[in-house]
Design a protein around this ligand. Structure first.
Ligand SMILES: N[C@@H](CCC(=O)N[C@@H](CS)C(=O)NCC(=O)O)C(=O)O
Length: 215
């Protein structure tokens, strides 16, 4: 059995970016395979045996095979993270995890499906502008929640990056680079600026998504 760390998934996928940003922050060597989107390869029997959802990412870490980006991030954090990245105290960790869960299932999902999907993945003539306006309002409200949670802290856990920042921070590249009106969120703006200064974020999350644009 190979001990190699392999991540299956195209670099333009925000869910793949979550995982490879985590891998890079943890200082782990990995190989990424272009799977999904225009590359295909996620509907083969071999792939579906690893990940029955047929989506990306999938992680192989020696004998461990996992799908779902947030579950993978938690696994990597628990297996390889230090105390700041994955606190051992359950209550301390859960206080971060509630934001990770919300960021993944609610905030990032709204950014992707209520704004990104309309502005990037839908041809201009087919865009539902009412749905876009509702999505922008919803996402802006959520950005305000995260702004309030951050306050003056550098990261969700205080001074150091944790698994929760990986889950909350990865979608901010799309949030801040899409062309739509955002509310004033000085704490979130500073947080995003801080993330962009991290080499692993710049390399693995700030990835040009113009190839995903609908004609
Ligand atoms: N909940 C899943 C969602 C995975 C997902 O939706 N992946 C998208 C890319 S972001 C996908 O596989 N799309 C089909 C494709 O790229 O072929 C996760 O977080 O891993």
């Amino acid at each position: 059995m190979s001990n190699e760390m392999i991540i299956h998934g195209r670099a333009t996928s925000s869910n793949v970016q979550t995982v490879i940003w985590a891998l890079a922050e943890l200082g782990l060597d990995f190989k990424r395979l272009d799977i999904g989107g225009a590359f295909g390869g996620n509907d083969t029997a071999e792939y579906l045996a690893m990940n029955p959802t047929g989506l990306v990412p999938t992680l192989q870490d020696g004998g461990v095979t996992l799908f779902e980006s947030c579950a993978i991030t938690r696994y990597l954090a628990a297996q390889y993270g230090d105390e700041a990245f994955w606190p051992t105290d359950p209550a301390t960790r859960a206080a971060l995890d509630q934001w990770a869960e919300w960021a993944k299932g609610t905030f990032s999902r709204a950014i992707v499906y209520e704004v990104f999907w309309i502005l990037v993945r839908t041809p201009k003539a087919q865009r539902n502008l009412d749905a876009l306006a509702a999505g922008v309002a919803n996402v802006g409200k959520m950005a305000g929640l995260l702004d309030g949670r951050l306050g003056g802290d550098d990261y969700l856990g205080g001074d150091e990056l944790s698994f929760a920042d990986i889950v909350a921070g990865h979608a901010l590249y799309r949030y801040y680079t899409l062309d739509f009106d955002r509310p004033e969120t000085p704490n979130l703006d500073a947080y995003y600026e801080r993330l962009t200064k991290r080499p692993a974020y710049a390399e693995h999350v700030m990835v040009d998504y113009s190839s995903l644009r609908a004609e």
